[in-house]
Design a protein around this ligand. Structure first.
Ligand SMILES: [Zn+2]
Ligand SMILES: [Zn+2]
Ligand SMILES: [Zn+2]
Length: 136
């Protein structure tokens, strides 16, 4: 009795980790952002929409990926660099290509002006234009 119970919990953890890993794998090693629509479509045969949302939420809370709004209010996700469990330090701008719709994190720093009587916690800067592949 005790044994089968432990086993059940164990299997649950394995399954959850596998789904999380599948999502992590998509972001690994690049600074290209993925839209929610793209991710749901890509993972369609592996997990349902709700699971995708839940995993993205969790990874964002854990400081592994960050989200921002692209053109038309679409939500995008990308890898974090130096974020921690409790704090996101992503202050970089994002770039969206009008030709191929590619969205990337730019590793440039944008100076946030100090505004009187205001405390800035985060910024969401989207630059729109043509990416390297479409411009050259
Ligand atoms: Zn972050
Ligand atoms: Zn492009
Ligand atoms: Zn980014």
């Amino acid at each position: 009795m005790q044994h089968s119970c432990t086993n059940f919990v164990f299997m649950g953890i394995i399954r959850k980790t596998k789904a999380v890993n599948t999502v992590l794998q998509i972001f690994k090693g690049n600074n290209e952002a993925k839209s929610v629509v793209y991710l749901i479509d890509l993972l369609n045969d592996k997990m349902n929409k709700t699971t995708v949302y839940r995993i993205l939420d969790r990874l964002e809370r854990d400081g592994i990926i960050h989200s921002f709004n692209g053109k038309d209010g679409l939500k995008w996700y990308a890898n974090c660099e130096d974020c921690s469990l409790s704090h996101h330090s992503d202050k970089h701008p994002h770039f969206q290509c009008t030709e191929c719709d590619k969205v990337e994190c730019l590793s440039v720093e944008i100076k946030i002006p100090s505004i009187k009587n205001h405390k800035v916690d985060s910024s969401d800067i989207l630059l729109i234009g043509k990416c390297e592949a479409c411009y050259v």
